[in-house]
Design a protein around this ligand. Structure first.
Ligand code: FE2
Length: 288
């Protein structure tokens, strides 16, 4: 088939336009949205705290320190979160993507959190253990423990902590990561203080799919991450085909589950430096 000069030039310009559109789309995902934080506030009513003022909980997750998520970006998320004046801070895992070595620098970035309010954390699948070892990450949680200890953050690994904040009692139940085979709710709940009617019980766990592991236990709210909100959300439909969970009803936001509530934050960092229609999130929970 003989191609006319005009058809040839039109074809070339079409390919050029497609290439420019693809380039612009990639540029937006990489440099437009990946570090464009959204500060969100979510009202959560549990009926457990009698105080008029709700508890202000800063929930961060999936910081993913790496080549595509610099510490400066995590530091901005920390600053943004502290501007919300939280009473309590929780971090639900994935502090890095693989073997992150700048522990002293990272410690300095996280320290302002515990300087401001009691801060607690659980591990994610990337932080260390059997799953992380498969992707050349740390094979244990020693480095995470070193980071958190240095930053004044209490690491809850299948442990609980009960604290009183202006007469409001809160029990945090920090459960190990499900994908890493470290999820031990029995051990965690066995360490918990006796439940009182006005004590808020919050499960901290990395992965919302692990919720079924906690079905037989007594708690009000679960805070988790892992999904990155889907990271790339389809326009118009909002579908999240890349969210690494089996239950896509809990990819982001506040959702009910068996007379309890689950909050999944979209998280601070990302994998591969990309986000689309799914901005990184610094989440403030107002819990009453
Ligand atoms: Fe993650």
């Amino acid at each position: 088939m003989k191609l006319s000069r005009r058809t040839f030039l039109m074809g070339l310009s079409g390919i050029g336009a497609l290439g420019a559109a693809a380039g612009a789309g990639f540029g937006y995902m990489r440099w437009g949205e990946a570090d464009w934080f959204q500060s969100t506030t979510t009202l959560i009513r549990t009926g457990r705290t009698a105080e008029a003022e709700p508890l202000r909980i800063l929930h961060l997750s999936d910081l993913h320190a790496s080549d595509v998520v610099p510490l400066s970006m995590i530091s901005r998320a920390v600053e943004l979160g502290l501007r919300q004046h939280p009473d309590l801070i929780v971090i639900t895992g994935d502090f890095w993507t693989d073997r992150f070595n700048r522990i002293n620098d990272y410690t300095a970035v996280l320290k302002p959190l515990s300087d401001h309010a009691p801060t607690f954390a659980v591990a994610g699948n990337h932080d260390g253990g059997s799953w992380a070892a498969l992707i050349r990450g740390w094979s244990d949680l020693d480095t995470l423990q070193e980071l958190l200890t240095g930053a004044g953050v209490t690491f809850l690994h299948n442990e609980s902590a009960t604290l009183t904040l202006d007469s409001r009692r809160v029990t945090l139940l920090g459960v190990g990561d499900w994908w890493s085979g470290d999820c031990r709710p029995y051990r965690t709940f066995a360490t918990a203080a006796t439940r009182e009617a006005n004590t808020l019980r919050i499960v901290l766990n990395h992965n919302p799919d692990a919720k079924t592991e906690f079905a037989d236990y007594d708690w009000d709210l679960m805070c988790c991450g892992h999904t990155h909100g889907g990271q790339l959300r389809m326009p118009f439909t909002g579908r999240t085909p890349f969210a690494p969970v089996s239950d896509h009803d809990y990819v982001a936001g506040l959702n009910p589950w068996r007379e309890r509530l689950i909050f999944t934050t979209r998280g601070v960092g990302n994998l591969h430096g990309l986000r689309f229609n799914c901005r990184p999130e610094v989440s403030l929970l107002l819990v009453s």
